[in-house]
Design a protein around this ligand. Structure first.
Ligand code: OSB
Ligand code: MG
Length: 385
């Protein structure tokens, strides 16, 4: 294809209230405060979501750090350049260490733009297949075990075929056991978001006889090594989330025996391209993967659904229906749970969703617009108003 020149970039920091607070071992989120990137060129607009949130609880990235990195380091290298594929975009920020969420947001926008220019869906561009993807729901820590059982009952009634619960020390085995007793046959898994250390192995083993699909990220985010000591002590598969930032990390985890399953989030690993590299490595090494979620708006959700249609996404993703997150989403299309526990993969060009730019303007806390002309006239190094 002919390269597309990035003539105009818009960055917005948004704040959107969740339908209900989401509590994890690292804190409570009541709204999503992320960034939305728009790349404009060739008469088209590509959209991407930066999945960082207000606080550095899940990872070191926040909406503000990613704004800084985009504004000062990534956008200046992208504005005015022409791209025909994503690999050359990756090269423009090859000198920026870390900040995978910022990189993933621009990269998703370029994927959307290039797919639209070719008139093909993101699914097709990524190499995904099939009309639907299997999904589950991630349930935050509830005030009591009874409330949790009720909440899960309601999600099962909605049609979710797989339940994940958030756990932390003191709110773990008892919760998981209560759910297993109430729902003997459901697909159930737990996510600790790094809340334990290797000394807690005994406590983690209390969940080993509950027929869980997996235990997600029990130990520190930087600790593939101790996960390799924990996995052999468990029958249940460990799944790594926070610890896997690249395909190299996936290889380390596999070679060390630190996990048997990997959760892939494009934001955490620096973009859809690296997500596919991890997918391919895992496919070649018999490691099932699934698509994680970061409470995305419809922009990030559309990309996740397309990604989750690649063949080695063997387990249901944390990609729930729109209404599980938002009263009002910033895309027109609503993702709805099909009766068979799936979401339908969009087929229209690019992400296949239509951004409601009026609403986006309303939820924006901060906005900056970057144009090539300003870059020339303002001796622009970082960005211009
Ligand atoms: O660890 O998977 C996680 C949400 C925010 C930060 C981390 C995680 C999560 C989820 C939510 O579990 C998944 C979703 O988007 O539904
Ligand atoms: Mg997780």
């Amino acid at each position: 294809m002919t390269p597309i020149r990035i003539e105009h970039i818009e960055l917005r920091q948004i704040s959107m209230p969740l339908v209900a607070p989401f509590e994890t071992s690292f804190g409570v989120e009541t709204e999503r405060e992320g960034l939305i990137v728009a790349l404009r060129g060739g008469g088209l607009t590509g959209w991407g979501e930066v999945v960082a949130s207000r606080e550095p609880g899940y990872s070191a990235e926040t909406a503000k750090t990613e704004w800084h990195i985009l504004h000062d380091f990534i956008i200046p290298g992208v504005l005015g350049k022409s791209f025909a594929e994503v690999e050359s975009l990756e090269k423009t920020y090859g000198g920026v260490r870390g900040h995978n969420m910022a990189k993933a947001g621009v990269q998703a926008a370029l994927y959307d733009l290039l797919a639209k220019a070719q008139g093909i869906s993101l699914q097709k561009m990524l190499g995904g297949k099939g009309k639907k993807v299997k999904v589950g729901v991630s349930v935050g820590i509830q005030p009591t075990t009874e409330a949790l059982v009720e909440r899960v009952q309601a999600y099962i009634a909605d049609g979710y075929p797989r339940i994940k619960i958030k756990i932390k020390p003191g709110r773990d085995a008892a919760e998981a056991r209560a759910l297993r007793q109430a729902f003997p046959d459901i697909l159930l898994q737990v996510d600790a978001n790094s809340a334990y250390t290797l000394e807690d192995a005994g406590r983690i083993k209390e969940m080993d006889d509950l027929n869980l699909l997996l235990i997600e990220q029990p130990l520190s985010e930087d600790d593939i090594f101790d996960h390799a000591k924990l996995q052999p002590q468990l029958k249940t598969a460990i799944c790594l989330d926070e610890s896997i930032l690249s395909a190299r990390h996936a290889r380390w985890a596999h070679e060390l025996g630190a996990c048997r399953i990997i959760n892939i989030k494009p934001g955490r690993v620096g973009g859809l391209r690296e997500a596919i590299r991890i997918h391919d490595y895992c496919a070649a090494n018999n490691i099932p993967v699934w698509c994680g979620g970061m409470l995305e708006t419809g922009i990030g959700r559309a990309a996740n659904v397309a990604l989750a249609s690649l063949p080695n996404f063997k387990l249901p993703g944390d990609i729930s229906a729109t209404k599980r997150y938002w009263k009002e989403d910033i895309v027109e299309e609503e993702f709805m749970l099909n009766p068979d526990g799936t979401l339908t993969v969009p087929t229209a060009p690019g992400l296949g969703v239509t951004v409601r730019e009026d609403l986006l303007e309303k939820v924006a806390l901060r906005k900056e617009s970057y144009r090539e002309t300003q870059k020339r006239t303002m001796g622009f190094v970082g960005g211009g108003k």
